[in-house]
Design a protein around this ligand. Structure first.
Ligand code: GLC
Length: 493
């Protein structure tokens, strides 16, 4: 132990005691606050207040996710062998069953962030049309990108830089909102009790603890202290994105109520996902499980992962998080990139159902973004530049299903409705049939360039005359202005 590490440890112990005392005081303040709210019988937040807080997020529709940490340098390879060409390589420590020291020995020397990497990310997100960026402050491996006084296993100690600050500053400089992904699972902390947290992954599962019995409460204190650092040291924070919990290891297991109260106290406008709690069906297509289980007190939005719910989730804020290939953290071996068309259509599909799209990049150890991701984000950006109006600030379309594409909508100030018809399959017979009442009065034009289109509202059906090839093969957007709310009819068989 060097002199400076010794000093650091002493400071750590002193601060831990102080923080524990403060957190006791905090618990009593929280209790008093809650008692006051309960006594006055007033809800913590009214619907209007909540709507105001959620407004920017609902309008944004598109965010960029970043998974970056020690695993990025391993890049899917462990001791010269590929760990596989599919799946989350941010889990590499767990996949190879390495303890934290062996993992750190392999990974730390490879993690070499270049200067200015964060500015490149932020500019890329901006160029793509994303309105917010959520990045990993700490993933399951426990390595912190932020400067924490509670651990040496952070970027300040290992790399000599507060990478979290660099990233936050860069994102803010681009005028984007900032979100912290923070893992409640921790494969590094010596008191993270993986026997107790047995519903959750840990590289040492099945093996005895190398440092003897563990004390879960000490780890949870650490989790809370670090959350406080994140909520206090980086200015206004827009999103906290917790990850993740399973039945039995959720909510009270993390003292979630207290964590969320702390978030609201220190960052009153913060928006939070609900992964401090167990959410079933997160990776299944059917949204009914999520629909039934979403509870506002568990977080503001729910997070279907790698899958787009078949229908929207009315009354629930949701965000699909998704990789561009199959891994969140960078891998040299995963080449299963989604096409630009798929990514753009996913964004449209999600917006047409009323959700947000959080699309992931997994930068390399130096912070550079894989060229495939750069190109795809630029392609999305080019499409959004022309068609963004049909995504931002829209709500779910009124139709259950459209054979040729998707629809988003906006209520206009004068009681009119604007529908954005996203045509994936351009009609070959020159008629785009829209399941609206045949008498509907409407004006149609191409969003790109504004060319007017003829509306044919005959007795049988409502259609729009289109000709030739699709102007945009990914999705051509037609703007359709209606005098009032749409009257939807079942499409003729
Ligand atoms: C899962 C994975 C994790 C990833 C996250 C993104 O929970 O454990 O590796 O960060 O999903 O949603």
């Amino acid at each position: 132990m060097t002199q400076s590490t010794r000093v650091r440890r002493m400071i750590y112990c002193a601060t831990a005691c102080l923080a524990a005392a403060l957190s006791l005081m905090q618990i009593s303040c929280d209790r008093q606050g809650k008692r006051a709210a309960a006594m006055s019988n007033s809800p913590v937040e009214t619907k209007d207040q909540r709507d105001a807080r959620m407004e920017w997020w609902r309008e944004a529709r598109f965010g960029m996710f970043v998974h970056w940490g020690l695993y990025s340098g391993l890049a899917g390879t462990w001791k010269d062998k590929s760990v596989g060409d599919r799946g989350g390589m941010e889990w590499i420590q767990q996949r190879v069953g390495a303890d934290t020291w062996e993992y750190a020995r392999e990974a730390v020397p490879r993690f070499r962030p270049k200067e200015g990497f964060a500015t490149d990310w932020a500019k890329l997100a901006h160029e793509a049309g994303a309105k917010y960026v959520v990045f990993t402050t700490k993933h399951h491996d426990g390595f912190c990108l932020f400067d924490s006084q509670y651990t040496d296993y952070d970027a300040r100690d290992m790399v000599g830089r507060d990478l979290c600050k660099e990233i936050v500053d860069a994102i803010r400089a681009e005028g984007l909102k900032v979100g912290f992904y923070h893992s409640v699972i921790d494969w590094h902390h010596p008191q993270y009790d993986y026997d107790k947290a047995n519903q959750l992954p840990h590289p040492l599962h099945g093996k005895s603890s190398p440092n003897g019995p563990r004390n879960h409460d000490i780890y949870v204190d650490y989790l809370h202290h670090q959350a406080k650092e994140l909520f206090s040291n980086y200015g206004p924070l827009d999103i906290i994105w917790w990850d993740y919990s399973k039945e039995g290891n959720d909510g009270p297991f993390w003292r979630a109520e207290q964590l969320m109260a702390m978030a609201r106290r220190l960052q009153p406008d913060i928006i939070s996902n609900n992964r401090l709690y167990h959410i079933p069906d997160i990776e299944k297509e059917d949204s009914s499980g999520r629909l039934r289980t979403w509870k506002p007190e568990q977080g503001d939005f729910t997070t279907p992962e790698q899958t787009i719910p078949a229908t929207g989730i009315p009354g629930v804020d949701w965000e699909v998080c998704m990789t561009m290939n199959t891994t969140w953290g960078y891998s040299d071996h995963d080449h299963q990139w989604k096409s630009n068309e798929t990514l753009i259509r996913n964004l449209i599909d999600i917006a047409s159902k009323g959700g947000n799209y959080l699309l992931n990049i997994g930068p390399k150890a130096d912070g550079s973004v894989p060229v495939e991701s750069v190109q795809s984000l630029q392609a999305i950006g080019a499409w959004m530049k022309v068609n963004g109006e049909s995504i931002y600030s829209t709500t779910a379309g009124p139709f259950e299903k459209l054979d040729w594409g998707r629809c988003t909508q906006k209520r206009l100030a004068n009681g009119k409705t604007r529908l954005y018809l996203h045509v994936f399959d351009w009609p070959k017979d020159g008629r785009l049939v829209v399941p609206l009442a045949s008498g509907t009065r409407a004006k149609a034009r191409l969003l790109a360039g504004g060319k007017p289109l003829r509306v044919v509202a005959d007795k049988q059906q409502f259609s729009i005359a289109v000709e030739g090839e699709a102007p945009d093969r990914t999705s051509t957007v037609i703007e359709l202005d209606l005098d009032g709310p749409p009257t939807v009819v079942k499409p003729a068989l």
